[in-house]
Design a protein around this ligand. Structure first.
Ligand SMILES: NC(=O)C1=CN([C@@H]2O[C@H](COP(=O)(O)OP(=O)(O)OC[C@H]3O[C@@H](n4cnc5c(N)ncnc54)[C@H](O)[C@@H]3O)[C@@H](O)[C@H]2O)C=CC1
Ligand SMILES: O=C(O)C1=N[C@H](C(=O)O)C[C@H](O)C1
Length: 279
């Protein structure tokens, strides 16, 4: 029997990419088409999008990929072992229900989720694994651990501020990454972020409350994503910084998560689990 006929070869898990025409969707599709670990079996976008019915490779300006962009999430997800999803919060909840029904791994990069979205994801995760992170890059997930440690080491005479910059198209603020960093800082101080968070300052705000964690968001141009965690005391400052210059870092993390999740049971996981950075 030749290698080509060898039926013992394990097949690469089939992945559906949602938001296929988006900034992250296109990056993911490029990397998956080149991947030895996953095979692209579906590309979804919203009903009415120009790309529906076109080959995804051709729509992206390249060679045909043999996968047609569809708005039929039910059919596409039913044949998937993994769904990688960087879309919008409402769309992500709808995809989570279908992915759970298919008992497939749902990798979620979508940010801006509110409590009602998180509740729906928790329900879906009772049936299949969900891996979600506001930032899928190795660098940011390392920075989360560092932020927790630095916050734990410093007292509340060190003020904590999270500053983030993103491209002009970003619709949510603070960024998912900024919230991850703020949560890590709060955890380091043994508190919940909701109890310390100062979201926006405008007007006569009064002096800074000791122990609070502030957030500032800059939007402009084509900035991929920049995050500073500033620890400011009298006479000195520590700045922990991550600069993203290429969306491939997020897509590579998501692909790694989809592969990692293949032998995991139902439940909610994050990139710390995938990267083995817990603890
Ligand atoms: N966790 C991470 O590492 C990262 C997260 N993100 C997040 O990913 C999300 C998407 O970001 P971008 O790709 O920059 O946005 P984008 O606006 O370029 O793409 C979103 C895509 O989702 C599609 N979409 C919207 N509703 C849909 C539906 N119901 N069904 C199918 N497709 C639908 C849109 O047509 C579009 O193609 C944002 O929430 C962003 O914050 C972005 C980069 C990294
Ligand atoms: O919308 C983006 O672009 C990004 N979103 C994520 C976030 O909200 O933190 C991750 C990254 O910063 C890019």
């Amino acid at each position: 029997m030749s290698d080509l006929q060898n039926t013992d070869q394990p097949q690469r898990p089939g992945v559906v990419v949602t938001g296929a025409s988006g900034r992250m969707g296109q990056m993911l599709i490029r990397l998956i088409l080149d991947s030895d670990h996953l095979r692209l079996v579906g590309a979804l976008d919203r009903a009415g999008h120009d790309w529906i019915g076109q080959d995804i490779g051709t729509a992206m300006g390249g060679a045909p990929a043999g996968v047609t962009v569809s708005d039929d999430a039910v059919t596409a997800i039913a044949q998937a072992q993994a769904v990688i999803d960087f879309t919008s919060p409402d769309a992500t909840v709808a995809f989570a229900e279908l992915t759970a029904q298919a008992r497939a791994v749902h990798v979620i990069g979508t940010t801006g989720l509110e409590q009602r979205h998180l509740d729906a994801l928790a329900a879906a995760a009772r049936h299949a694994p969900i891996i979600r992170a506001g930032n899928m890059s190795l660098g940011v997930n390392l920075l989360v651990g560092l932020t927790r440690k630095v916050a734990a080491a410093l007292g509340t005479d060190w003020d904590i501020e999270v500053v983030e910059s993103h491209h002009r198209h970003k619709v949510d603020a603070p960024s998912g990454t900024a919230l991850m960093l703020g949560e890590a800082a709060a955890q380091g101080r043994g508190a919940a972020l909701d109890d310390l968070r100062v979201p926006v300052r405008d007007g006569i705000t009064g002096a800074r409350a000791p122990g609070s964690i502030g957030f500032s968001a800059i939007r402009g141009g084509d900035v991929v994503g920049e995050h500073d965690v500033i620890f400011a005391a009298d006479g000195e400052r520590i700045v922990l910084r991550h600069l993203a210059t290429d969306r491939a870092i997020f897509a590579r993390g998501a692909i790694r998560a989809a592969v990692w999740g293949q032998d995991k049971g139902p439940g909610q996981y994050d990139m710390m689990d995938v990267l083995g950075l817990q603890g």
